[in-house]
Design a protein around this ligand. Structure first.
Ligand SMILES: O=c1[nH]c(=O)c2ncn([C@@H]3O[C@H](COP(=O)(O)OP(=O)(O)OP(=O)(O)O)[C@@H](O)[C@H]3O)c2[nH]1
Ligand SMILES: [Mg+2]
Length: 203
């Protein structure tokens, strides 16, 4: 079986990549399997910059190609926040509950039609041998007034998808993986991935 390494320490992302890649016949390893993997500082101002920082640092460290994901929630009424700061919006503890509470608090009194938001996912594919490739994907939704559902991770319980009439956290894993920002980014990577892997094999 072919293996890909995802340069993430986020369990929620890791699970999603496992099911997205197993459908393609790949086994997934993440930094959760690499005990002393370094923490790469996310100093970029865009998702793409941070994805490239993480992918290139880890590819260099492991001497192997890797995929990194930098993603987050963009809320229109909050001028795009939490954006690239999504993981740490309520502080370094990276608490999903504290982050969602902070967004809900900041949106208090904002009417439904103004609660539009999107998830954004930038993926960077980097190797010590080749130029880095980046792609992105998005998913549109509305921020609810209270959390609902227990699936997924992060802001999923407060992200309502109109077409499904459910929050992301009420969707099954399979449903979310059809329509998520991560799935859309991975679709964009698909055609480029094959060529990239062929070049890797030839090196
Ligand atoms: O409800 C959500 N459903 C999603 O599908 C999703 N994707 C991203 N996010 C949020 O955005 C942060 C990413 O920040 P991020 O890219 O720096 O990742 P991270 O720091 O958690 O892990 P790593 O990959 O950097 O190791 C995450 O922590 C989450 O708060 C999501 N929330
Ligand atoms: Mg991070």
């Amino acid at each position: 079986m072919k293996t890909v390494i995802i340069a993430t320490k986020n369990k929620g992302k890791a699970k999603e990549f496992e099911s997205l890649f197993s459908a393609k016949g790949y086994e997934v390893k993440t930094l959760l399997d690499v005990p002393d993997a370094p923490d790469v500082e996310e100093t970029g101002t865009t998702f793409e910059e941070n994805a490239i920082l993480k992918a290139e640092a880890i590819a260099h460290q492991l001497g192997h190609f890797v995929i990194a994901d930098d993603s987050g929630l963009i809320v229109d009424a909050l001028e795009g926040r939490p954006g690239v700061y999504s993981a740490r919006y309520a502080g370094e503890a990276k608490s999903d509950e504290a982050n969602t509470e902070k967004v809900l608090r900041e949106l208090e009194g904002v009417p439904k039609e103004a609660r539009t938001a999107r998830f954004y996912c930038a993926l960077a594919l980097a190797s010590p041998n080749q130029e880095t490739i980046t792609v992105s994907g998005t998913m549109e939704g509305l921020i609810t007034e209270q959390p609902s559902g227990t699936n997924g991770f992060g802001y999923d319980p407060i992200f309502f998808v109109e077409e499904q009439g459910k929050t992301n956290a009420e969707l099954t894993k399979e449903e979310k993986n059809q329509i998520s920002h991560r799935a859309n980014a991975l679709r964009a990577l698909d055609e480029k991935l094959d060529l990239f892997l062929k070049r890797e094999e030839g090196m």
